[in-house]
Ligand binder design. Structure first.
Ligand SMILES: Nc1ncnc2c1ncn2[C@@H]1O[C@H](COP(=O)(O)OP(=O)(O)OP(=O)(O)O)[C@@H](O)[C@H]1O
Length: 311
């Protein structure tokens, strides 16, 4: 059974134009797709294309959404924390701005223990919180710190620890590495990749940057003006982008696509992809001929090998 089944999802906001009357702005247009357990999916598209709105719908935070979203066959509707407790235990969220999302008066330990206290009857929350923090490379010295005593990368890792402490089936993340410098970005990306690979956790990640998605996700959904214009395995999409919007995003993508290629994501999925007849993966073709890793970004293949350990 699919984890998520989304059928004819639509979302409209009241238009905010002067003299708009009762006009509405259609933000999501009739989206239908499924997501399987353990899938890693990147949502990409230009600014304003509806990525965060779709994520809010998947988080059951959008009461105006129409259509149907099911999680493990159970219908999701925006509602109270109590009514959605079952869902919040299975699906956790990493917001775009980690610093703003951390309660300033709480210590790191309290922040990470909070979902355990709220959503489970956990009897030893401190031990679980410590374990989650260690898995993101933050040792006991960080337990007593407050958010203002953390760097941006450390705050992001606390936000991830808070999300994974419940061992969710899926992590929904909004630009989880944007705003981080390149070194920390690589660390956080490596951390998320490890959690997906080792714990079988699914990931649905919003980004305006296809290159970041390429390091973390095996499937890419491309949005334009509220519509889903391309939805394919990463490798097939890199090899033969179908939609002009995908081509625009690829052309703008910096070096991390090369990193993803050299990691094998694109090759694996190309071989498993039903689209593989559509074209040869340019990365594989280039390497077979001894050439650069990927025509989009040949210069940065070393990025992966150079990743510092998380900590
Ligand atoms: N609460 C809201 N009320 C009215 N309009 C909204 C609201 N939230 C988002 N919008 C509009 O919906 C559209 C889609 O916004 P959304 O934030 O989903 O896009 P996005 O693809 O995530 O953009 P970005 O990459 O810039 O974060 C935009 O035109 C935005 O102005």
């Amino acid at each position: 059974m699919s984890l998520y089944t989304v059928e004819s999802l639509r979302l409209a906001y009241p238009a905010r134009r002067l003299f708009a009357g009762h006009a509405v702005q259609q933000v999501l247009r009739d989206l239908s797709f499924t997501i399987a357990a353990g899938e890693t999916v990147g949502l990409v598209g230009a600014s304003g294309s509806g990525k965060s709105s779709l994520l809010r719908c998947l988080l059951a935070l959008e009461p105006r959404a129409q259509g149907c979203i099911r999680f493990q066959g159970r219908r999701l509707r925006a509602g109270s924390v109590r009514a959605l407790g079952w869902y919040r235990r299975a699906v956790q969220y990493v917001p775009q701005d980690p610093v703003a999302s951390l309660e300033p008066r709480m210590s790191v330990a309290q922040i990470v223990m909070e979902p355990l206290r709220r959503l489970t009857g956990e009897t030893a929350p401190l031990a679980r919180a410590t374990e989650a923090l260690e898995s993101v490379g933050l040792d006991h010295r960080y337990l007593a710190r407050r958010p203002h005593e953390l760097s941006g990368g450390q705050a992001q890792r606390v936000a991830i620890a808070r999300a994974i402490v419940l061992r969710p089936q899926v992590l929904l993340a909004d630009e989880p590495v944007s705003g981080l410098d390149m070194t920390i970005r690589a660390q956080v990306a490596a951390l998320l990749r490890g959690l997906c690979a080792e714990q079988g956790m699914g990931l649905v990640m919003v980004s305006h940057d296809l290159s970041v998605v390429a390091t973390l996700c095996r499937r890419v959904m491309v949005m334009e003006a509220g519509a889903l214009v391309e939805d394919r395995p990463l490798a097939a999409l890199l090899a033969a982008p179908h939609h002009p919007q995908t081509r625009r995003l690829l052309n703008a993508a910096p070096p991390m696509i090369a990193a993803a290629s050299s990691q094998g994501f694109s090759n694996e999925t190309a071989e498993q992809s039903p689209d593989r007849g559509a074209g040869t993966c340019p990365s594989r073709a280039a390497r077979a001929g001894g050439g650069p890793a990927h025509p989009y970004c040949a210069s940065a293949t070393a990025a992966l090998g150079a990743e510092p350990p998380v900590g």
